[in-house]
Design a protein around this ligand. Structure first.
Ligand SMILES: C[S@@+](CC[C@H](N)C(=O)[O-])C[C@H]1O[C@@H](n2cnc3c(N)ncnc32)[C@H](O)[C@@H]1O
Length: 235
């Protein structure tokens, strides 16, 4: 009997339309080093990509990925073009608004999932804080294969996610965000949402999955308790 395909929409149930409006204010207090993750990743691409490169942003959210890339490209004297894939209309609308205000040029917006996005070849991709919302391994595989299909050989992918690390890291994350200013009651909500809403992989399982989807072994570029950012290349 064939297995039913995973429903990609299930990974969207974690944000209500109202939560989207507060996303930018909340996310930096929930992911320690959120800005460093984006700017550090963008800085690596600043070294690796030429002027005129096309970058794919998968799960572009409210635009932080695109804004950090745009800022870095300008800083290093380059201009890049972007494809932004985002299935939640409320997220996409905010990202559009912010990118327009910041003067980010040449973005092809795709409101939907990656499988329905154009298959144009890209010079790089970013996928920040998305894959951990996809419950099944098959759904994660489809995401990575979809990215691989849209990358040129040798092109980098920067991917960050909550990871299934040692059990004490989850508690360390809660203590870390509390120390950084998240009120205790919100840290408590975060603790229970992390248990219910996220589907992290161990670093080893991620490396094996990515290898099977046509990527080189991941190299760590960002790490705080319970979150990691990896740089890989399309083999
Ligand atoms: C935590 S946000 C991260 C947004 C942005 N990358 C950032 O770093 O702020 C996760 C985003 O992934 C999107 N998303 C969820 N499931 C997805 C999927 N299967 N494919 C692409 N994007 C997805 C959500 O709509 C949301 O905008």
């Amino acid at each position: 009997m064939t297995q039913p395909l995973p429903d990609p929409r299930s990974s969207l149930s974690h944000f209500t339309a109202q939560e989207v409006q507060h996303y930018d204010g909340r996310i930096p207090s929930l992911v320690p080093g959120y800005a460093v993750l984006h700017h550090g990743g963008a800085a690596l691409l600043g070294q690796w990509l030429p002027d005129g490169a096309r970058v794919l942003a998968v799960g572009a959210g409210t635009g932080a990925d695109l804004l950090a890339l745009h800022q870095m490209a300008r800083q290093v004297g380059k201009s890049w073009r972007y494809t932004a894939v985002e299935p939640m209309p409320e997220m996409l609308a905010l990202a559009r608004q912010k990118c327009l205000a910041a003067g980010v040029p040449q973005i092809d917006w795709h409101g939907g999932f990656l499988d329905s996005a154009p298959q144009a070849p890209h010079d790089a991709a970013v996928c920040h804080l998305v894959m951990h919302f996809i419950e099944s391994l098959e759904g994660k595989r489809q995401l990575l294969e979809g990215i691989a299909r849209r990358l040129k050989p040798g092109a980098p992918l920067l991917l960050s996610d909550l990871i299934a690390a040692q059990p004490d890291e989850r508690e360390a994350l809660i203590e870390c965000v509390t120390a950084l200013g998240l009120p205790a009651e919100k840290a408590q909500v975060m603790r229970s949402r992390l248990q219910q809403d996220f589907f992290p992989l161990t670093p080893e399982a991620f490396a094996a999955l990515a290898g099977g989807c046509g990527f080189t072994p991941p190299s760590l570029f960002f790490r705080v308790p319970d979150f990691a950012g990896w740089a890989l290349r399309r083999a």
